[in-house]
Design a protein around this ligand. Structure first.
Ligand SMILES: *[C@@H]1O[C@H](CO)[C@@H](O)[C@H](O)[C@H]1NC(C)=O
Ligand SMILES: *[C@@H]1O[C@H](CO)[C@@H](O)[C@H](O)[C@H]1NC(C)=O
Ligand SMILES: *[C@@H]1O[C@H](CO)[C@@H](O)[C@H](O)[C@H]1NC(C)=O
Ligand SMILES: *[C@@H]1O[C@H](CO)[C@@H](O)[C@H](O)[C@H]1NC(C)=O
Ligand SMILES: *[C@@H]1O[C@H](CO)[C@@H](O)[C@H](O)[C@H]1NC(C)=O
Ligand SMILES: CC(=O)N[C@H]1CO[C@H](CO)[C@@H](O)[C@@H]1O
Length: 497
């Protein structure tokens, strides 16, 4: 039940995964796209000593008559800043901004070389950047990528004015959803942003995103072609067992469920099956990434480990191995049982309080998927091993959580609007680099080839989500080191122009 971000985390695994730059939050069944994060358990230590700063923003950038303001959190590292040097702006995403990024990450090694001032701005509605008193649907109307980009534009403008940085070159950085924001910031505000590093950035919104599980499948095939076959057998056996309530006691025991399996509605079984598939989705998305500095745990569970378990005949049938794997994940995240009940998630996700579990980012990000991006990681492709969580299951959540219409055409409309706003793959600007990893499922919606000399893509074979943003280490594959170097060379060229 670890699901990636492109996914959200469960409370169960609240501390499990970090997105490229935001903290770990995740609800079973939702995966966000993500990067920088501080998690509840380690957040106090990592990045400790990095000062929190606050910036005044308008609640609604698109209504001059609405003068309400709120305080947005940001961080500064001026250790490398040389007079006249560039300003690097790390864009926060769908979770609390993790101050660890003010001390670690490849962007700081670039900053050292270029004499850059480093800033990170937390995304509105995540972490401590709370524009409204709660997360009611009425208030979530102020949560959108467009408002977030306008926050960035105003922050860039006002900060430059007060600090005398108006003529310096500003470079935006981001990974995953913030990677998209980095690209769109340059696209929409070219007078404010000189260049962007848009890592693992999905830039084409899409309601149904079955390609995600296809990448998961291909990553397992690459490890061992037998591995996904065992996963498929296990999943098929489980689906069959779910037809027969007499098996529910066994399933409850085998998967260490917190309460006896109950399948009242189709949402219940879909949620349960997605939770189990989530183990694979998360591991593939963050395979072997160097995320320890962020406080990530479970980073030694890799694709290799998943496949070792799925191919271990001593554990019994493929179904039993699948159950063993679920047990291993629980153990890794220090959980005694798995809460795979949709009703629990429903309760968490409809709690509008900032102190509720959903406020760690799940309620906000799913709202953004419902109203802007889609990206639903459904089982609708035949070329992947899982079954049981088709598109309608995901759309129904938008209705259950925010009282939105669950009709597919309504979703097609909002996604169409998003692509009209940003242009999808037809990015018409210059100086954006799009690094992507070959086993990052999110990259199925990212840039796959250079758009022009000035919009290069960097393909990093064998790496997962946001790999190039994490701190370098000796065991990094050569292509990852080369990708970091390539980005450096591009920055060098661009900053000289
Ligand atoms: C900035 O980052 C460098 C490199 O990690 C670190 O040594 C330094 O302490 C940081 N400075 C601040 C003010 O956080
Ligand atoms: C439950 O598991 C036990 C032991 O593994 C097995 O003997 C029994 O047949 C299973 N019951 C059902 C209904 O599958
Ligand atoms: C992962 O690391 C933890 C803590 O170091 C250890 O207890 C666990 O056995 C390791 N798991 C695997 C699969 O290597
Ligand atoms: C929302 O969550 C908070 C914190 O867990 C809790 O105190 C509150 O009662 C919840 N509200 C509802 C309506 O469930
Ligand atoms: C949900 O939406 C419907 C139709 O737009 C509306 O009639 C109803 O009052 C809404 N319910 C809630 C709880 O907001
Ligand atoms: C997964 C994915 O889309 N990878 C692409 C990354 O970009 C290179 C080109 O630079 C493509 O060849 C990959 O397919």
């Amino acid at each position: 039940m670890l699901a990636p971000d492109c996914r959200i985390l469960s409370l169960l695994f609240l501390v499990a995964l970090l997105f490229c730059t935001s903290s770990a939050w995740r609800f079973k069944g939702f995966r966000r796209f993500g990067t920088l994060g501080a998690d509840g358990r380690h957040g106090g230590e990592i990045g400790a000593g990095v000062e929190e700063l606050w910036f005044s923003q308008r609640l609604d950038h698109f209504n001059g008559a609405d003068a309400r303001v709120w305080k947005q959190r940001y961080f500064v590292n001026d250790s490398f800043h040389a007079p006249g040097g560039p300003v690097f702006l790390m864009i926060g995403g769908e979770g609390a901004a993790n101050p660890a990024w003010m001390q670690y990450g490849s962007w700081l090694s670039y900053a050292r070389k270029f004499g850059a001032l480093c800033l990170m701005l937390e995304h509105r509605f995540y972490g401590k950047s709370r524009p409204t008193e709660d997360l009611s649907v009425k208030n979530l109307h102020f949560l959108s990528s467009r408002q977030a980009l306008a926050d960035l534009a105003h922050f860039r403008t006002a900060f430059a004015r007060t600090q005398g940085l108006t003529n310096n070159k500003w470079v935006a950085f981001g990974g995953s959803y913030p990677g998209s924001l980095a690209a769109w910031f340059r696209l929409k505000y070219p007078h404010l942003v000189y260049a962007s590093i848009a890592t693992s950035a999905p830039i084409l919104a899409q309601v149904n995103f079955p390609e995600y599980l296809e990448v998961v499948w291909r990553s397992l095939v690459a490890e061992n072609p037998e591995c996904p076959k065992m996963v498929k057998q296990a999943s098929d056996t489980l689906i069959q067992m779910l037809q027969d309530p007499h098996t529910y006691d066994n399933i409850t025991k085998d998967f260490r469920l917190c309460s006896r399996l109950q399948l009242g509605s189709p949402m219940d079984s879909a949620y349960f099956l997605e939770s189990l598939a989530g183990n694979f989705m998360d591991v593939v998305q963050y395979n072997e990434d160097n995320r320890e500095f962020e406080g990530a745990i479970g980073t030694n569970i890799t694709i290799k480990v998943l496949c070792e378990v799925m191919l271990d005949t001593s554990l019994g049938s493929p179904y039993s191995r699948y159950a063993s794997l679920a047990g291993l994940m629980l153990q890794t995240f220090s959980q005694t049982c798995l809460d795979a009940q949709y009703s629990t998630t429903l309760q968490e996700m409809t709690n509008t309080s900032w102190s509720g579990a959903g406020a760690a980012g799940g309620r906000q990000w799913v709202y953004q998927t419902c109203t802007e991006f889609g990206f639903y990681q459904s089982t609708d492709s035949p070329n992947q091993p899982f079954t049981g969580f088709p598109l309608p299951y995901h759309l129904q959540q938008c209705s259950d959580f925010y009282n939105l219409s669950a009709s597919e055409s309504a979703f097609e409309d909002v996604v169409q609007q998003t692509n009209e706003e940003y242009g999808g793959y037809s990015v018409k600007t210059t100086r954006i680099v799009f690094p992507n990893g070959s086993i990052d499922p999110c990259d199925a919606l990212g840039m796959t080839s250079d758009l022009s000399d000035d919009l290069p893509a960097i393909f990093i074979k064998g790496t997962a989500h946001c790999a190039n943003m994490y701190p370098a280490r000796p065991q990094d594959p050569p292509q990852l080191s080369q990708a970091r170097e390539h980005i450096y060379v591009l920055l060098q060229k661009w900053l000289k122009e």
